[in-house]
Design a protein around this ligand. Sequence first.
Ligand code: ZN
Ligand code: ZN
Length: 474
Amino acid sequence: MNSEVVFTSEADSIASQHLLQHFRRDEQQEDLCFALWRPSTGQTREVALINEIILPGKGDRTLHGNTSFEPGYLERAIETACKKKAGLAFMHSHPSPGWQGMSGPDVEAERDVLAYPAGATGLPLVGLTIGTDGYWSGRFWRKTGRRMRCCWCDKIRAVGPQSYKIYFNDEIVQPPARKEILKRTFDTWGRTSQDTIARLNVGIVGLGSVGCTVAEAIARIGVAQATLIDPDKIEKHNLDRLLYGTKKDIGKLKVDVAARAMKSHATAEKIRITTFPLSIHNQTAYQAALDCDIVFSCVDRPVARDVLNYIAHAHLIPVIDGGVAVETDSRQANLFSAHWRAHIVTPYHQCMRCNGQYNSSMVVMELDGSLDNPSYISDLPEEERGTNQNVFPFSLSVAGMETNLMLRYLLAADWWPLVQQQDCQFVAGEMRIINKECHMHCSFRQRRAQGDRENPSYLIKGEKPLTTPELHAI
Ligand SMILES: [Zn+2]
Ligand SMILES: [Zn+2]
């Protein structure tokens, strides 16, 4: 199991302000604190979600250049963790920038003093160090036999409203070599951003016309790891919109055709693509999505969007969703209106239920099969019926908006304006920016950073794909 940590923006800023307060005043003084974490378990990685910091009170720690905590502070932190059914994390600062190693006293404190009592929570101790530049590094202390083993994290992430910060452990996940083939890409956003983009595991749920075009974009910009999820096979009526599909591909799995094309178009030295011909509400595919650092939602079904809402809010994996709606004037048989939009979904952006991409009754109807029952559908209000009209250029725009929202989120400097949703009206030729919050009583607000405790109740166990249609990629 790989180990990782992800922070909510509040937890990141509270912890870093506390831990770096002395360095920011030019004093050579480290600091420490505890935090709570909740597990998010993917197929290949366990992630500690950190949303709550337990700051020291008066007399809880001693500062002497280095820093040490009093037993009462540790007791209070463990008690709080047990009461909230969370794990314990210990954080401290170092007087140098970048990913930090551990000194002898660091190892002694975490392995010998903290790791065993932290076991009372039922979860391993997570140790974190922050450098003077705010760069996080971290490890899990896992018990093997009677010994505590240090498992270094691959990376630490921090999800915010404006940007997504990712701190890599270069020894485990090496940055890519600067290659001629990516010269123009490197020259566009620089080495540091390219090192981040190239090392992401990018998920794409739905490999239809939008998903395949997103796949092409991420393969071209040097992404070296992708996870593709879609249970469907290519049909004849897909071929007017499917970037990679040819007549020879009819009957083949969409994920296989997309993976084949991505491999031949990839600019990364080596691209690793994992395919799941499963619906996203299948447990296996769901956990594969939990291994991703960012997920594109290229589906038009309510259950898939509901699952992705959980992934974004409960598991702190940013989701980028989009959709196309077309209206044809039946009397004149001409295009009447077309609009498409793309938006980013995290705990800091409106969820897909609040922004109207689906509603709970549609989820129930899809799960009980009535959404696919033609007589039932004809009784529904028009906006809930769903339409299948679409053309390649519209999908191309959505895919472009989605990939550019990903880039904005990864590259944004503090002064960039917030862009949560872009909404494009084809006939009026307008593009609007929409930034909104979830409704006051939206249940996804409570699911923030709850991880495995807040998975959808209807996940299906086992590898067997459901009968189609089940995912309807756009
Ligand atoms: Zn240290
Ligand atoms: Zn909401």
